[in-house]
Ligand binder design. Structure first.
Ligand code: 4AD
Ligand code: MG
Length: 432
């Protein structure tokens, strides 16, 4: 009996007869031969059905298959040097499992809103396939990197009472007789974790009621937030660049086929594995923008055009360090020699992708932190537990957050974050 395999393992079975559970993505046939485009979730390849090699019944079945009909295909694996994948199957038998009605997503072009309305089906196409594989690789490499570096994964809650990144973008929900918010960031909990276990990272969904429709914002996105005790901002930046280079290298090493499907230039990606990444101060960034014709002034936050302009001046990701206090959250540590900026940095991705990481050293002093909470108009009772961390052996500590979908969008060179997550949530979209 033919061995059951996945398409992705075809290379190990050249010349053998195998059996694979597949769906049909497309088909071409003439009187004597049918070319079936097949997928099984692991990869895409071609099945060739020759009239002379199969029974009349199998050939007729092949010719009548509809897009997305599922079936068992049996045949011999051959090399196929003309395809991205490199192998095909010479079909000897077909056993239909589930017929398909007219599939809405045909091989022709569709508009983005139509595709998003059918995201549950669109996920089957080549491009989402490739992107989800890269997403999976980034997640895999993230766990590997932080485990190798002695971090432990620590989960933070999704229902919270705190608003670390500001109160304007909170999703509020009823929590019995209290209000609760969907987590904007796991950071405050990660800080408790760092004081307990030294080096931790959280990874989970985070929520921001972003009212702006941009290519860079989702209302639900996934964030990786490492936090390190006895670590200053400079040491944190070194972890950040090692981590990003590690992600890029692992995508290059493990997602060759996906990058080909996405037409992503691998030589370009390779540049991002070179360390260190350039660093400039916020002050220098403002000067750079002014020289470039922007009317930015000190104290302004950067929008997409400013970030793109800055990152275009560099070949690699670039750190912008020491932002004004007025445009960053309360928990950051002030610069030791300046009272107007924090010890913080954002990492901007090249090729116009903007901020992918935000991070800082954290305020360690109880009184200063309490004052910062109050100054932001936050409810002190929600932060008492957080302030406790400064009462019992407070140490210098730093951390950062990588937006997973921002990283995917950049590494895959996508136009919009909505393709980087299986089911995007945006201001006008909560379905499917
Ligand atoms: O810069 P942010 O707001 O930083 C924090 O949340 C810190 N607590 C992180 C930390 O120090 N532990 O967000 C971090 C990253 C951004 O750099 C960006 O990549 C991503 O999260 N991000 C978003 N991604 C998608 N949609 C949005 N609306 C996002 N907002 C932030
Ligand atoms: Mg930020």
């Amino acid at each position: 009996m033919a061995q059951r395999i996945s398409i992705i393992d075809a290379k190990d079975h050249v010349g053998e007869e195998v059996k694979i559970g597949v769906w049909l993505t497309d088909k071409r046939s003439s009187g004597k031969i049918a070319f079936l485009q097949l997928r099984d979730g692991s990869a895409f390849f071609q099945g060739v059905v020759r009239k002379n090699d199969v029974s009349e019944e199998v050939f007729e079945t092949a010719k009548g298959l509809r897009q997305e009909t599922s079936f068992w295909v049996t045949g011999v694996i051959n090399e196929d040097t003309r395809s991205h994948f490199g192998y095909e199957i010479q079909v000897s038998d077909i056993e239909v499992v589930g017929e398909s009605e007219d599939f809405p997503i045909t091989p022709k072009e569709h508009g983005i809103e139509f595709l998003l309305d059918h995201r549950h089906l669109w996920l089957r196409s080549r491009r989402p396939y490739a992107i989800m594989h890269v997403r999976n690789e980034i997640i895999r490499a993230t766990y590997e990197f932080f485990n190798n570096e002695g971090f432990i994964k620590m989960d933070s809650p999704i229902l919270t009472g705190s608003a670390p990144e500001g109160t304007t973008e909170l999703f509020q929900t009823d929590y019995f007789d209290h209000d609760a918010y969907l987590s904007q960031s796991g950071q405050l909990y990660a800080e408790a974790g760092a004081m307990a276990y030294g080096k931790v990272f959280t990874f989970g969904p985070t929520f921001r009621a972003e009212k702006s429709k941009t290519r860079r914002h989702l209302t639900e996105f996934w964030m990786i937030e490492p936090e390190m005790a006895f670590t200053n901002q400079d040491e944190s930046l070194k972890v950040q660049e090692r981590y990003i280079a590690y992600l890029v290298q692992n995508v290059i090493d493990h997602c060759e086929y996906d990058l080909k499907l996405l037409d992503r230039d691998v030589d370009q990606l390779r540049k991002y594995t070179q360390l260190p990444y350039p660093r400039i101060s916020y002050d220098e960034a403002i000067e750079m923008l002014q020289k470039g014709g922007f009317d930015s002034k000190w104290g302004d936050d950067f929008g997409a055009p400013e970030e793109t302009y800055i990152s275009d001046q560099f070949e690699q990701p670039v750190f912008i360090m020491n932002y004004p206090k007025t445009i960053k959250p309360f928990y950051m540590k002030p610069h030791p020699d300046r009272d107007d900026v924090y010890l913080c940095a954002d990492l901007l991705a090249p090729e116009g992708y903007g901020e992918i990481i935000g991070g800082s050293e954290r305020e360690t002093d109880y009184d200063a932190l309490k004052e910062a909470v109050l100054a932001k108009g936050l409810d002190l009772s929600e932060y008492e537990w957080y302030l406790d961390l400064r009462k019992y052996g407070s140490v210098p500590h730093s951390g950062f957050g990588l937006g997973l979908e921002r990283a995917i969008t950049w590494i895959c060179k996508l136009d919009h974050l909505r393709e980087a997550i299986p089911f995007p949530r945006m201001i006008n979209r909560i379905k499917p």
